[in-house]
Each structure stands twice: as structure tokens, then as C-alpha cells.
Design a binder for this molecule. Structure first.
Ligand code: ZN
Length: 157
């Protein structure tokens, strides 16, 4: 079986930031705003901390749509990990989150708007050398990375 060519790119480190998000901020909106203000077109994010409440989604592969879940309680951010790339011409954050409740039970999912910061410490790394843009993907129904520019046909030698 032939594999489709995937956009695998060599990258180099760019600028880096470390910081804290404001109490009461929307976690996804705050990270997105930082990336858009600094024009981070490609990068990675990690964070730890705590949330006042959470909203995460799960992608139903059969129905090809996100199902959202809410947690109306304080929880620890065990790990937020995510990436930054371009979507609709702007820096876009895609992040996943593992949270723990007061008894240490873990929950996770795709970070959605409505997750409110109690305290959050993040590290943000810009990456350079590639340009990845999210485009609709027919097989999955998701908005996935594709090469921004189509590959040039090879010249015959
Ligand atoms: Zn996701």
C-alpha cells in the first residue's frame, strides 16, 4: 500500500517566552492572543497550573464532529500541550489538556473555549523553517496541516 506524502518538515528553534496567564482569563483565548500579538506562525506550547472550570471536546470520528464536555469545578492542569500554526490567515492554537480533580482523577481532551484560568504558567517556543497551514481534510473531517505551497514537480534529469 502506498502512503500519501505527509507534510514532514525540518524546523529550527525561534524565539521563546515564559510567562503566566491572568487569573480569570479564558485559557484558549489567552494563548491565542499571545500568539497572534507576537505573530507566532509556527510553535509549541506547554503549561501547568489550575483552572476554575473546564470545557474540553472529544472528536467523534464516526460522526465527524466535536462533542463538548464541561467540568464546573476547580482542577489542576497536569499538562497542557499544544502547537501553533496558521489557519484562515492567522496564528491558531491547537491544545490538549490533562486535568485532575480533588481526588486525583484525571480527565482530558481537546481544549475548548470556556476553560477559565485559576493560575497558569506557560512556555511558548516559536519554530522556524516551515510553514504549516490548516486546511479541511476530507478523510477525517478535521482541519489538518498541509503544506502551504504545493510541492514543485521534480525536474527530469
Ligand atoms: Zn485536538
Amino acid at each position: 500500500m502506498l502512503m500519501k506524502t505527509l507534510p514532514v518538515k525540518q524546523i529550527q528553534p525561534g524565539r521563546r517566552w515564559i510567562g503566566r496567564l491572568p487569573h480569570g482569563a479564558d485559557l484558549l483565548d489567552a494563548l491565542t492572543e499571545i500568539c497572534q500579538r507576537r505573530d507566532i506562525r509556527l510553535g509549541r506550547i506547554e503549561a501547568i497550573g489550575a483552572v476554575q472550570r473546564a470545557r474540553m471536546s472529544f472528536y467523534d470520528q464516526a460522526k465527524q464532529k466535536y462533542v463538548e464536555h464541561s467540568w464546573a469545578q476547580p482542577m489542576e492542569i497536569l499538562l497542557l500541550i499544544g502547537n501553533v500554526s496558521m489557519k484562515d490567515g492567522r496564528p491558531f492554537v491547537h491544545a490538549h489538556l490533562t486535568l485532575a480533580d480533588a481526588r486525583g482523577r484525571a480527565f482530558g481532551g481537546h481544549l475548548a473555549q470556556g476553560t477559565i484560568v485559576f493560575a497558569c504558567e506557560f512556555i511558548l517556543e516559536e519554530l522556524r523553517g516551515a510553514r504549516l497551514t490548516r486546511q479541511p481534510d476530507v478523510e477525517t473531517g478535521l482541519s489538518l496541516w498541509s503544506a502551504a505551497r504545493p510541492a514543485r514537480p521534480r525536474k527530469p534529469k
